[in-house]
Each structure stands twice: as structure tokens, then as C-alpha cells.
Design a binder for this molecule. Structure first.
Ligand SMILES: [Zn+2]
Ligand SMILES: [Zn+2]
Length: 344
């Protein structure tokens, strides 16, 4: 089959690689139809690593994927050839302390699609995944919707971490696909005020159209002053969705005493710093959002019942041959790109 492989920093080559095969009874062979180019893929593409996860070249990335079942293992009962599925990229062991305590997203033996030293990714024609990682898409949903299920499920998980009742006032710093998904999940969860920032005007515009109460560009205006004018007492929660030091600092300033910072973005560097005195005086909580757990079905349902519209996020499409162009576009934030999608 054909695959798009990372072969060096900012290098992708289309190569012929062996077809994957069903090796376990619960495996499913999927013909990949659409793959989203995620921010984490861009870190692997541009920097060759995320923290100590270093890309072993040549390597196939891509974890936001959907496709059509081609073949199923002998123990598969729920799926059949022809079914269209969204793929949950996390293969968990089910037996470690984390899995047993209901935290499969931090499984000790996690194998994640398109992650160095774990699993080869989806930027190829076929992948094999366990049946339980495959979620059937209702007829109304396209394979591209299926790709956008993954970032939405992370956003839903992030909102669940805020608990019940949902916070009233929230800022989302960064209006990329994850930030916008947090906006959609927040709206669906009943959050009344969602303020968003991004350094790209096209994205603040999209955020406004997607339901943000207000959206602004910190390079153009004093976003802190604006948000404070809307919420003088400070915010209940901030979702950091860009990985930028300046956004972490803004979050600490924007939160009310007792407020909570949810960290979703992936910083380019290995360290982020905080003003410890603001953190302790306001007794702020920091909560990292590690991908998601148990939120894929809910993401599909929210899209299906029309509570959430994700389609506007799929802005660009590429063939597998042109995967490099998709990565260049996403890395350069060009042409109003939100999510670039590769269709193998
Ligand atoms: Zn992703
Ligand atoms: Zn586990």
C-alpha cells in the first residue's frame, strides 16, 4: 500500500510499504478514508519530537482518522465489511492501575496511533485496529466528520473535567481545531459566556461565527482588558489551547480566585512558567487534559443530533500524494486553515 512517511525534519515521502494484516481475533482492517493533520503531527513534522517522544525515521504519523471496514477478525461481532467508522486512536491494555481506575487515557501500556515507539499512524491506505476502537458512523456523518470526532471528544473530556454545573464564564485561548472544539463542547454543556483569543484574524472570525461571546487578537488589541470588561470578577475557567507561554500567563491573570486552568495545548518547548504568587493567592487549580476517555460516542451523538456542527473546521483537502502540502499549510497557518484533511 501507499503511505506518507516522515523522513526528516519537514520531510514527507510517499512510499510503498507492506499492507498491515489482521493478527488478532478482534482486529479490524480499515481502508482509511480521511485523516486530520493535528497540531501534534505538526510538532513531529517540524521539530521531530514532542518532549522525549522522538520520531524514528521513517515513520507514519496521523491519529485522527476514519475509514471503511474492509475485513474483520474471526472474533469480531459488531462490525462488518462496508461499515464506516471513526477510529479511537488509543489502544489501552485494560489491566493496569490506570485502566482499572477508569483512566484509560493514561494507561501504562498505551499504544497510540501515529505516536513514536507506540504505533504507526494512519497516513496510509490501510490500518488495523481492535474492534473496540472502531465507532460506527451514522449515515448522516461523513468520514470527515468522523475525523473531527477526535478533537471534539477531547474537548468534551475537557468540559467534563470542569464538573457539574458547567462553569459560567470561560476563556479559550487559541482558536485552532481544539480551541474551537472546546467552544462547541462548552456551548453544548451550557456554558453561557465563552471568550476566545487567537493571533490569526481568520480564526477569531471563525470563533465568532461558531458561537463565541467575543473573540479577539492579542496582537491587535488589549484582550485582557476586553475580557475583564465582560467579567470584572474574573473567569471560572480558562482552556489553554495554543501552548503559548503568553497564554498561560494571561490565563492566570484572567481567572477568578478558585478558578481553574485546563491545559490542552502542546507547547513547543519543554517548560512553561507561572507567576506562583498569583497561583497561590488566588488558589488556582491547574488541570491537564490528556486527550480523552469515554467521550467518542458522545462526540458522535452531539454531531448527529445537530447540537454541534463541526463541519466548518474541515477547511482543506489533500490526496495522500500531497500530504506534505497539507503539513506545510497547517504548519504555516496559511489560507485560513483550521483542519487540513488528507484523503488516502
Ligand atoms: Zn489530534
Ligand atoms: Zn492500561
Amino acid at each position: 500500500m501507499k503511505a506518507a512517511l516522515l523522513t526528516g525534519i519537514r520531510q514527507i515521502e510517499l512510499r510503498e510499504v507492506p499492507d498491515p494484516e489482521i493478527s488478532k481475533d478482534f482486529d479490524v482492517l480499515i481502508r482509511v478514508g480521511a485523516v486530520g493533520v493535528c497540531g501534534s503531527d505538526i510538532h513531529y513534522y517540524s521539530e521531530g519530537r514532542i518532549g522525549d517522544q522522538v520520531v524514528p525515521y521513517p515513520f507514519i504519523v496521523g491519529h485522527e482518522s476514519a475509514g471503511t471496514v474492509e475485513k474483520v477478525g474471526p472474533a469480531v461481532r459488531r462490525l462488518k465489511p462496508g461499515d464506516r467508522v471513526a477510529v479511537d486512536p488509543a489502544i489501552v491494555c485494560g489491566t493496569c492501575d490506570q485502566c482499572l481506575s477508569g483512566r484509560p487515557n493514561t494507561c501504562r501500556r498505551l499504544l497510540y496511533l501515529g505516536t513514536p515507539n507506540q504505533l504507526s499512524g494512519a497516513l496510509c491506505e490501510r490500518i488495523v485496529m481492535p474492534e473496540k476502537n472502531c465507532f460506527v458512523l451514522p449515515a448522516e456523518l461523513t468520514l470527515e466528520d468522523g475525523v473531527l470526532v477526535e478533537p471534539l471528544s477531547i474537548a468534551i473530556h475537557g468540559l467534563k473535567l470542569a464538573g457539574e454545573p458547567a462553569p459560567n464564564t470561560v476563556a479559550v485561548l487559541g482558536a485552532g481545531p481544539i480551541g474551537l472544539s472546546v467552544l462547541l463542547a462548552a456551548r453544548a454543556a451550557g456554558v453561557r459566556q465563552v471568550y476566545m483569543t487567537d493571533k490569526i484574524d481568520a480564526r477569531t472570525e471563525v470563533a465568532r461565527r461558531a458561537g463565541a461571546s467575543w473573540a479577539g487578537n492579542p496582537d491587535r488589541e488589549d484582550v485582557m482588558e476586553r475580557i475583564r470588561s465582560f467579567a470584572p470578577d474574573g473567569l471560572d475557567a480558562v482552556y489553554e489551547c495554543c501552548g503559548d507561554q503568553s497564554a498561560f500567563s494571561q490565563a492566570v491573570d484572567l481567572l477568578k480566585p478558585g478558578g481553574r486552568l485546563f491545559i490542552v495545548g502542546i507547547p513547543a518547548g519543554d517548560r512553561i512558567s507561572f507567576d506562583i504568587h498569583s497561583l497561590r493567592r488566588k488558589e488556582l487549580s491547574l488541570h491537564n487534559v490528556r486527550r480523552q476517555r469515554f467521550c467518542v460516542r458522545e462526540a458522535i451523538d452531539l454531531i448527529q443530533n445537530g447540537e454541534v456542527d463541526v463541519r466548518f473546521m474541515a477547511t482543506h483537502r489533500f490526496t495522500l500524494e500531497n500530504a506534505r502540502l497539507a503539513f506545510e499549510l497547517a504548519a504555516g497557518y496559511g489560507s485560513g486553515v483550521i483542519r487540513a484533511i488528507v484523503c488516502p
